[in-house]
Design a protein. Structure first.
Length: 365
């Protein structure tokens, strides 16, 4: 894990000392670098890959410039305000300095951070009142309190770094890992590796396995993935997903199963599928459609027969037919549903890609 620390050259000495202690105490757990020069920080971000940018302090436009480039480069942001968002600081020269900076960049930067590290309960309460970011973590500063030592402070900070890197894992998965996930889902759903009809894609990077496990856990498809691994007899590294916390967007809601939402009592399979597609459209309209819903639909279509012509006619009457075709496209792409099992042909158009984009980004911070 590579971390770049940035703080202004005119920042208080305690911030420089804090960064120095973090870098020294974290040791080999993370590759830490620090800079106080905006041009050097920008050049480092252009020339090298960093997993995290840790910004210390507030109210410096230079920090926002660095954070903006980091975001474009896919580097995740964490901010430690060092008390500079507390009311007594905010009120200093508020109208001429703090308010314009708040509107122009400070609030934006805090909102975009994966996490905000505060150093006490009072600072946490101040952050809660501001409402700029709910993902706050208290880590006390060993330089100003004896309730924590330098090593504990560094260890707790590293855990926050790890939690950030386990968040929104799909964004960190490469194409090979995504292909592996699709194949594992297909085998996990069908229970038979012969459905693959292709050579299995192998992941060689342990961190990519970690991202796959994190994604499966967050999307509630871990059981299906594990079943696929067992059937394919893959010796994948073990991760205790219960001990791998992650940050979620403020608007995140854990997905409910289709069956839980629509019930189980239907006269025919067609009635059940009609209710399913109506529910999927509601989810899509509210940007709550997830891969777990497609896994459920895939299982339903594989395990039960329906009167396809009648179903398609009913979907057309309710103006759900093209939406259902787009769902078929997504199921084919993400769970490996075969066209022969689809009650209608898939549709890959702009709206299909729009749905896919929302599904891919619903864990994005």
């Amino acid at each position: 894990m590579k971390i770049l620390h940035f703080y202004a050259s005119n920042a208080p000495d305690i911030i420089a000392d804090y960064v120095k202690v973090l870098c020294e105490q974290m040791g080999q757990d993370a590759d830490n670098e620090s800079t106080t020069t905006v041009q050097e920080a920008l050049q480092l971000l252009r020339d090298r890959h960093y997993d995290l940018l840790h910004i210390h302090g507030c109210w410096q436009h230079a920090a926002y410039r660095v954070a903006r480039l980091a975001r474009r480069k896919g580097t995740r942001l964490i901010v430690t305000p060092h008390g500079q968002l507390e009311p007594w600081v905010m009120h200093q020269n508020y109208w001429k300095e703090k308010l314009p900076k708040r509107i122009f960049f400070q609030q934006i930067m805090i909102r975009q951070a994966y996490a905000v590290v505060v150093q006490g309960k009072m600072e946490e309460e101040c952050m809660a009142k501001l409402g700029w970011n709910r993902r706050t973590v208290i880590i006390r500063n060993s330089l100003i309190t004896n309730t924590i030592n330098a090593q504990e402070m560094a260890q707790q900070t590293w855990k926050v770094y790890r939690k950030i890197m386990d968040s929104n894992p799909l964004a960190l998965m490469n194409d090979s890992t995504k292909d592996t996930l699709r194949q594992l889902l297909k085998v996990g759903i069908t229970g038979d590796e012969r459905w693959l009809g292709e050579s299995f894609v192998t992941i060689t990077d342990q961190n990519q396995w970690r991202m796959l496990y994190c994604y499966a856990h967050q999307e509630q498809i871990a059981e299906t993935v594990r079943r696929g691994l067992n059937i394919l007899r893959i010796d994948a590294p073990y991760f205790d997903i219960q001990q791998m916390p992650s940050f979620m967007p403020d608007s995140y809601e854990a997905p409910k199963s289709i069956e839980e939402a629509i019930g189980m009592q239907f006269a025919t399979e067609n009635d059940r599928l009609m209710a399913t597609f109506r529910h999927l459209r509601r989810l899509a309209m509210h940007h709550k459609l997830t891969v777990s819903h497609l896994v459920e639909l895939d299982k339903e279509l594989r395990n039960h027969d329906c009167a396809e012509d009648q179903l398609c006619d009913a979907l057309k009457e309710r103006r759900l037919y093209n939406f259902s075709r787009r769902i078929m496209q997504l199921a084919g792409d993400l769970t490996g549903l075969d066209e022969g099992l689809m009650p209608m042909p898939p549709l890959n158009d702009r709206l299909s890609r729009h749905l896919r984009s929302h599904m891919d980004n619903h864990l994005k911070i």
